[in-house]
Design a protein around this ligand. Structure first.
Ligand code: SF4
Length: 416
């Protein structure tokens, strides 16, 4: 099982989009000049296993200069040589896509680009406060199509004031663009964002839950009719063109996160570790420069947490999971007994068992959060009893030694 590698670029082009709750700061050349070598230094200090997918995300990776992008991609390939078939994805904003950028990405062996389209209706792009236009998206696609990249686009629905008709226009134009992969997200109002403030003050109104649901299913139906396969709640792709990198997140494989705020996951046995680097860019740079631990937290996930995570991630997949998946990811529990505990949810038709796999039926995907919570509750008692029984057996593993074996001599600070 190979790892994935995620590199976080915390910079964006100027002002933040008013709905965005992610941590990012405006691009500043001098900071980015320090940031790229710091990320490479973190990669040098890490001793994660080899990886076969690399994902450069953000923020806005395309806010970097061509030289910075090239330094990052070339540097990573020197530190961690990647296999020939490595999936290398870079997120791009349409306003940054130029012939020079596309040539640079090709030279650096990038195989896949993910374009932050969001909408193909100009009015919606303006409501979202995006800096690009529909024309820029079309031109970016023409440039990308001249190379052999696999293409992915992100779309947002449930935008304030959005009608189903406008969303349908975006869907139709997305089909015309013909990307290999499409992600659809429902807008959420993140605390602390201008959108959340405007909603509270009554300056904008959210789309009703019924309308959101209609938009979700309209997208699924139309994209499927156009030849896309729905493989994860928010993701569709042409046959075989799923995101190999994101599949690692959903199926519990390990990944190394590089950069400020990036999370890493090192699955066991014997320990399942999650860790995150400090989020603040200057803090991250300072820790790298002084050779201090970069971790903001390191957590050994206990069995109840891993089970909740397993259910949360696996039920996002349209084809769900099998008993063998349970046995592989949660080796301490009796997989058959675990799956049997979910029987009441099968009886109420909230989940279905078919061909040896358990999954949430299509009509219930929009309420998957509530179903996953019910699944966690249904298995909770058995999982807690098992965790208590195992505690005495696993507690004597030396945590510091174990972490060091994965991440080199730098010892992370204990969990906050
Ligand atoms: S470009 Fe993306 S990460 Fe940056 S502010 Fe907008 S939504 Fe957030």
């Amino acid at each position: 099982m190979s790892y994935g590698c995620y590199v976080h670029i915390p910079f964006c082009n100027g002002e933040k989009c008013p709905y965005c709750g992610f941590y990012s700061i405006p691009y500043a050349p001098y900071l980015a000049d320090d940031y790229i070598p710091a990320v490479l230094e973190q990669a040098r200090r890490s001793s994660f296993p080899d990886f076969d997918t690399l994902y450069i995300g953000g923020g806005t990776p395309s806010s970097l200069t061509l030289m910075q992008l090239e330094t990052l991609l070339d540097g990573l390939q020197k530190i961690h040589p990647m296999p020939k078939d490595c999936e290398i994805t870079v997120e791009l904003n349409p306003e940054n896509v130029t012939e020079e950028l596309v040539n640079t990405l090709e030279r650096c062996s990038v195989t896949r680009v993910s374009l932050g389209v969001q909408s193909l209706v100009q009015r919606q792009l303006m409501v979202l406060g995006r800096k690009h236009t529909v024309d820029m998206i079309t031109q970016a696609f023409e440039l990308l199509r001249s190379k052999s990249f696999s293409t992915s686009i992100d779309l947002i629905f449930g935008v304030p004031g959005q009608e189903l008709e406008e969303w349908s226009t975006t869907i139709g134009r997305a089909i015309e663009l013909d990307p290999d992969h499409i992600s659809i997200y429902c807008l959420s109002y993140e605390e602390g964002t201008p959108f959340a403030y405007a909603l509270r003050k009554g300056l904008i109104s959210s789309v009703t839950a019924e309308a959101e649901q209609a938009m979700f299913f309209t997208a699924l139906n139309r994209f499927e009719a156009a030849g896309y396969e729905h493989y994860e709640i928010s993701n569709l792709c042409k046959p075989g063109k799923y995101s190999r990198h994101n599949m690692k997140y959903w199926t519990g494989e390990g990944y190394m996160g590089l950069g400020a705020g990036a999370h890493s996951y090192a699955p066991g046995p014997p320990r399942w570790l999650r860790m995150a680097a400090v989020k603040n860019v200057r803090g991250f740079l300072g820790r790298i420069a002084s050779a201090e631990s970069i971790w903001e937290f390191v957590e050994a996930l206990d069995l109840p947490k891993r089970v909740a995570e397993f259910l949360m991630l696996r039920f996002r997949l349209v084809n769900g999971f099998s008993v063998e998946d349970v046995a592989r990811n949660l080796p301490e529990i009796d997989a058959i007994q675990f799956v049997d505990l979910l029987k009441p949810l099968e009886d109420s038709k909230h989940i279905v068992r078919e061909g040896g796999r358990l999954r949430i039926p299509r009509e219930s995907l929009f309420i998957s959060d509530a179903i996953i919570l019910a699944a966690v509750e249904a298995t909770d008692r058995y999982i807690r009893q098992t965790a208590l029984r195992l505690h005495a057996v696993t507690d004597d593993i030396d945590m510091a030694d174990y972490i060091t074996s994965f991440h080199g001599p730098e010892e992370p600070s204990p969990q906050k």
